[in-house]
Ligand binder design. Sequence first.
Ligand SMILES: [Zn+2]
Length: 458
Amino acid sequence: METNLSSYLSANRDRFEREMVDLLRIPSISTESQYAESVAECADKIAADLRAVGIDEVEVVATAGNPIVVAQRIVDPAAPTLLIYGHYDVQPVDPVELWDSPPFEPTERNGRLYARGAIDDKGQVHMHIKALEARLATDAGLPVNVKLVIEGEEEVGSPNLALFLAANAERLACDAVVVSDTGMLGKGVPTIATGLRGLAYMEVHVQGPAGDLHSGTFGGGVVNPANALASIIAGLKDQDNRVTIPGFYDRVRDISDADRKNMKQLPYSDEAFMAETGAPELDGEKGYTTLERIGFRPTLDVNGMLSGFTGEGAKTVLPARAMAKISMRLVPDQDPGEIEQLFTDHVMRLAPTGVTVEVRPHHGGWPWAADPSHPVFDAASAALNTAFGREPVYMREGGSIPIIPLFEQTFEAPVLLLGFGLPGSNLHAPNEWIDLETYHLGIETIARFYDAVAERMG
Ligand SMILES: [Zn+2]
């Protein structure tokens, strides 16, 4: 990298941060319709920022929902092409009273910038824009073609993205997809995420008597839906914390020796993980370590329950109905549609007589695992090593990004998850933050990554 580029990055640090603040000020909440104007404003802002750094072809494309910003800079049709995906929409801010500073007035404290969207994902989109600026504003230049798709509906499940990608598959053709929407194992520990869990999300409704009953007059005489739901839930896992749904594990891949070896090298400790949770003990499927349980094993968890009297004091009532929301995190090669069916069948088998049980599926998502032997991973590794001064670690994420498999299928190209969020960044929670030192190292990584890609994939 030309010294010119290094000095450009260090000379412009303060301005980059100020410009990120401008982006974070826009309340681009996609889950609440009263913010639709701000969402549109944010799309225009991203487009303007891209034009300002020298991306010549920029378009804000209307969809049935929120607009998608599409941009590209083709330097040489023979050079490798990267497709960068990110999202400019953010989660709601509730409970807003738990924020130490207003969510849309970005505030710096102890080297962190606090704001909604700081790390998920506007701050990380901003890193890509600034990396492009640094290349285009200096004699470093851009050695690869770059296309960008920045959408505004990630936090509501990307309902219009699949259609858009399919309709624009040729225009967006690429050699690799780069997504910065994940995290690092720790500060100063560059991390490439090599897997994501999928999701099946279910609601179980149990209906008993026509209305709530007196628990003295009727208790012991009819089936209590809350008790019935509790017994159904209890039947979904055994004493070893294994999911009891027949066929649930049939498609789960074994953990390879290479994966086990890699996990041993991760700077991870159960103690630190436990401290982060505040839980009194770690627990999970018997026979697996915490990292294995989160990265390589599926699981099943109750997300919420509703039934009966939950107010102050005692009210002797036998509830008429009970409901639970239950999610399953899936791993390759589990099929979310198949798991939904297996879950439903099993719940029906577990359901006691005397109540009616209904199972409703919500949105699902496919699990994903990368093939890290593709040269784009080596390129990312080299860039991270140069910027952070150490080799990156490869890690499976426990979370889900359902659109990742979609990109892989649409473009028949590898997806690189190059994320810069630190543990405890409070994404989706009050006091979300981005670490500013990591923000600048992220920009440097991306700026160097283009060269590494040109060398290895050109
Ligand atoms: Zn995100």
